[in-house]
Design a protein around this ligand. Structure first.
Ligand code: GAR
Length: 196
């Protein structure tokens, strides 16, 4: 059975959808949910579903990303994941970490990549006057938010949208998209899926 670990930083709603899909459909086993913030709400949610959890606070490591990652790798490697899913994980990873999981690390990003890598995606879409926004699941490579696209879902940008209202609309699509992509990825299908 394919083993999946998930990294989160906060609420963990995407993580929850991934775990629920794996547990309901049995296409993979969630072996660990780990966070860089010990107070991340998602840790409790994962625990409640019976998934092992770990946290490594990034703050004591300051700017030393490699040292933070070395500490994170301890519980992560012990869980022996085949696939690593970033789900609202807000730390930039070093090329060394990315290389270790090359070809088997996914991320969900709240924009229609290649538009708006990085932060503040919803405000940037509104400011640009875009008629559509959305989300992307992609393979993680050393370049931020630039790996091969595995799936996208689109939503309209509506008159009067704020970053918050648009984010909420996009998040609902993230919850459909990420499980759909993971299910296919586990089956070896890397052709991008575009949800209507
Ligand atoms: C999601 O919208 C996700 O796309 C975004 O953070 C949110 C996490 O929500 N990720 C990024 O911006 C990554 N750069 P969640 O914790 O409820 O899944």
């Amino acid at each position: 059975m394919t083993r999946v670990a998930i990294l989160i930083s906060g609420g963990g709603s995407n993580m929850l959808r991934l775990v629920e899909a794996m547990q309901a459909e049995g296409f993979a086993t969630p072996v660990l949910v780990a966070a860089n913030d010990p107070t991340a709400r998602g840790l409790g949610l994962a625990s409640a579903l019976g998934v092992p959890v770990a946290s490594v606070d990034h703050r004591p490591f300051g700017k030393d990303r490699a040292a933070f990652e070395a500490a994170l790798l301890e519980p992560l490697l012990a869980a022996r994941p085949d696939i690593l899913c970033l789900a609202g994980f807000m730390r930039v990873l070093t090329p060394g970490f990315v290389r270790r999981f090359e070809g088997r690390m996914l991320n969900i990003h709240p924009s229609l990549l290649p538009k708006y890598p990085g932060l503040h995606t919803h405000q940037r879409a509104i400011d640009a006057g875009d008629a559509e926004a959305g989300c992307t699941v992609h393979e993680v490579t050393a370049e931020l938010d630039a790996g091969p696209i595995l799936g996208q879902a689109r939503v309209p940008v509506l008159p009067g949208d704020t970053a918050d209202t648009l984010a909420a609309r996009v998040l609902m699509q993230e919850h459909r998209l990420y499980p759909a992509v993971l299910r296919r990825f586990v089956a070896g299908d890397r052709a991008p899926v575009f949800l209507p």
